[in-house]
Ligand binder design. Structure first.
Ligand SMILES: NC(=O)c1ccc[n+]([C@@H]2O[C@H](COP(=O)([O-])OP(=O)(O)OC[C@H]3O[C@@H](n4cnc5c(N)ncnc54)[C@H](O)[C@@H]3O)[C@@H](O)[C@H]2O)c1
Length: 267
């Protein structure tokens, strides 16, 4: 197959690196859990961070926290399933700060339902947020990265797609598709200086996992920790550390990869 070849290192084709301070980053689901941790790390690295979240109040709270810590941040109340809203918000980010360099897609929803009880509506909703939302956000920002010859995309998938999770067939299917999509995008845009990787978390203590525990769908932290080889749960900060590295200029040779951050739960 004939493919355009980009022999220049990414830092040579993109003015500024783009490991430079002040990159424009969008984090979906940035108001809570892993997304919020990613926002904190990116802002601490000097990125200008747009917090995209369905919960506009929480997104504004997150952006205020980032600004109070010396960062540059804006909040946007968006539903990732709504392409018009995404395009509008991305347009505002561009108008304020310039082209988008970094995208992390952490917005996600889950449900625990036996397969035979999954309604068509529940199936559609999980796929719509986790898969279609990821599609919309990537398609909305990738033209900026193509034009710059530089970009970093990290999708947050799930270890449930690596090992299968009972009562989560819809969730598992959506996250499996995100992993496949990440790989295909990585190949399609590798020659543009854009890397696309996925982190499938497992055993991370976040508001999402606490909701499942409160509903009796997940065991308590102590029981979960016993099932993780390192013997403890991870945190949003563990995800953010890997994510920020994947978004760095140094990570230019890593693309299409599934980078497990899971305490050894999936090897
Ligand atoms: N917590 C875990 O153990 C775990 C494990 C594997 C994968 N994940 C995945 O990691 C990601 C982050 O999860 P978390 O644990 O931080 O969850 P969380 O619930 O703390 O955060 C998710 C955020 O996404 C936002 N969101 C939900 N639907 C949205 C929509 N339609 N549009 C915009 N924003 C929306 C929520 O408002 C919330 O702020 C999710 O994609 C989740 O599926 C979590």
């Amino acid at each position: 197959m004939n493919r355009p070849v980009n022999r220049a290192a990414p830092e040579q084709v993109s003015p500024g690196g783009d490991g430079s301070a002040g990159r424009v980053a969008i984090v979906t689901g940035g108001a809570s859990g892993m997304g919020l941790s990613v926002c904190r790390r990116l802002a601490a690295c000097g990125d200008r961070v747009a917090v995209f979240d369905l919960d506009g109040t929480a997104a504004e709270r997150a952006a205020e926290e980032l600004r109070a810590a010396g960062g540059t941040a804006m909040a946007f109340e968006v539903d990732v399933t709504d392409r018009a809203l995404i395009d509008e918000a991305v347009g505002k980010v561009r108008a304020a700060w310039g082209p988008v360099r970094v995208l992390v897609t952490s917005a996600g929803v889950f449900a625990f339902e036996p397969f035979t009880e999954i309604s068509a509506e529940s199936w559609r909703r999980i796929l719509d947020v986790n898969l279609n939302g990821t599609f919309h956000c990537i398609q909305a920002v990738i033209p900026d990265m193509i034009a710059a010859g530089w970009g970093r995309i990290v999708t947050i998938s799930s270890s449930s797609a690596q090992r299968g999770s009972p009562k989560m067939v819809h969730y598992t299917a959506s996250k499996g598709a995100v992993i496949a999509m990440t790989k295909a995008l990585a190949r399609e845009y590798a020659h543009c200086g854009i890397t696309v990787n996925t982190i499938p978390p497992s055993g991370i203590d976040t508001p999402m996992s606490r909701v499942s525990q409160a509903a009796g769908q997940l065991p308590d932290n102590e029981t979960m920790a016993r099932a993780i080889p390192v013997g403890y749960l991870g945190s949003g900060a563990d995800i953010a550390a890997a994510c920020v590295f994947l978004c760095s200029a140094e990570a230019r040779f890593i693309t299409g990869q599934v980078i497990g951050v899971n305490g050894g739960a999936v090897i």
